[in-house]
Design a protein around this ligand. Structure first.
Ligand code: UDP
Length: 410
């Protein structure tokens, strides 16, 4: 460490931070890593992000920002593979990581690993190289299994989470709720956990004039209800579709669903069939993946954004929508209770039943359309989540991890 500036190795083995957002396994975590890296290197820290080659065209090494590089390491098939196959490729990943470090004379102050799979890489590096590792889990297998929606999480994940929770130097969570879950499910030590929310890029996510946004996207004057995210059963999109069928005047409402790549097709098909069965297929517009740069048009064109999830570790989409001045209707998941001002900038649902969602949509859509002043005040309500503020807090957590380690060594 020179002048208090850190050299950080970020590990994200299973998901590439520059991968397509909204794909089956690429969402908030990738946004988190690249936004955080951008801010940390602006502060003078040096960042190398390690992921696996998932496409033969991947550059082996590229500069993402000044002071932040992305390194693709060979590990398993050069294709998008199942997360468990990434797990089985970890020996190859760590071997290639170590030779990369050796060949390039690299040393780091700290490892910041993401998700349970990369936590195992952090654990290995801590044991073999004595570099402390901080982990962020993003979601917890035990919590997902307790909810019981979608694929169940393998015992191996639960075991690895328990093991790395006890062995890592520090854990970062985005919400107080997740801290309590780590303690309850895995016996984590409370003092080891730092709570730092995720951030939003206020420069990218800003309001666009509604009429301009609608023209650009080909929407007319109908009421627009927006969903943005990965197409995953845990997101509760089926409940949202059902809620649309319960609305009076549903013919004047369009539900726009953004997200989903070729690997999300089976799930998307189920949702399209559901809309067919409910006779509302003409009112549900599946737009597939949308580049983040275009999302401000979607958020600004919408009257409301709905987040009907069973589980979110944090919930970036609602923050982005509010930064664009669009109210959010959401379940009480992640940090949304703190992000949404209930009755002011949106509505926190009691649950994600179609009846509850449709009631909230009806009441939100009956409010007068937001003028510029209210749009700007909704945006202002989330300004404290701007990335520079959040990255500063993460750097403090990293130093804390290093300090604790020094104390233990003495
Ligand atoms: N996203 C995107 N294009 C899409 C769908 C999603 O850029 O088509 C981005 C969205 O802007 C957000 C992230 O993917 O930043 C999803 O993050 P969130 O925390 O809401 O959900 P997660 O993926 O972590 O479950």
């Amino acid at each position: 460490m020179i002048d208090n500036k850190l050299k950080i190795a970020i590990i994200s083995a299973h998901s590439c931070p520059v991968g397509d957002l909204g794909a089956k396994d690429t969402g908030g975590m990738s946004v988190y890593i690249r936004e955080l890296a951008r801010e940390l290197c602006k502060e003078g820290h040096t960042i190398d992000i390690y992921t696996r080659v998932h496409d033969p065209a991947d550059l082996r090494m590229e500069d993402l920002y000044e002071g932040a590089r992305l390194i693709h390491l060979n590990a398993g098939k050069e294709a998008t593979i199942h997360k468990m196959d990434v797990y089985f490729s970890l020996p190859e990943f760590t071997l290639n990581l170590e030779s990369f470090w050796k060949n390039n004379g690299l040393e780091y102050d700290i490892v910041f690993s993401h998700y349970w799979i990369s936590a195992l890489v952090g654990k290995y590096l801590q044991q073999t190289r004595q570099i402390p590792y901080v982990n962020m889990y993003h979601t917890l297998g035990a919590v997902k299994n307790a909810i019981g929606i979608g694929e169940s999480e393998p015992a191996l994940r639960i075991l690895s989470e328990r093991e790395t929770v006890s062995e890592c130097q520090r854990i970062i969570v985005a919400t107080e709720k997740e801290k309590q879950q780590l303690i309850a499910y895995y016996g984590a030590l409370p003092d080891k956990i730092g709570v730092v929310p995720c951030g939003v890029n206020m420069g990218l996510f800003k309001p666009v004039d509604k009429i301009t946004a609608r023209q650009k996207l080909g929407f007319t004057d109908e009421k627009i209800v927006l969903f943005v995210g990965r197409i995953d059963p845990l997101k509760g999109i089926d409940k949202l579709i059902r809620s649309i069928s319960l609305l009076k005047n549903s013919e004047k409402i369009r539900l726009v669903v953004v997200g989903g790549d070729e690997n999300s097709q089976p799930e998307l098909e189920k949702l399209k069939n559901l809309a067919d069965e409910l006779n509302i297929r003409d009112h549900v517009d599946f737009r597939g993946l949308v580049k983040q740069e275009k999302l401000p048009y979607f958020y600004s064109a919408a009257d409301i954004c709905v987040v009907p999830s069973y589980y979110e570790s944090f919930g970036l989409v609602p923050l982005e929508s509010l930064a664009c001045g669009t109210p959010v209707v959401a379940t009480d998941v992640g940090d949304l209770r703190n992000i949404i001002k209930h009755g002011e900038t949106g509505y926190i649902l009691k649950d994600n039943s179609p009846e509850e969602i449709s009631r909230a949509i009806t009441s939100q859509l009956s409010l007068p359309r937001k003028d510029t002043k209210s749009i700007m005040s909704i945006r202002e309500s989330v300004s404290k989540w701007d990335w520079p503020n959040i990255a500063g807090r993460i750097a403090v957590e990293m130093r804390l991890a290093l300090d604790t380690r020094t104390k233990v060594a003495v």
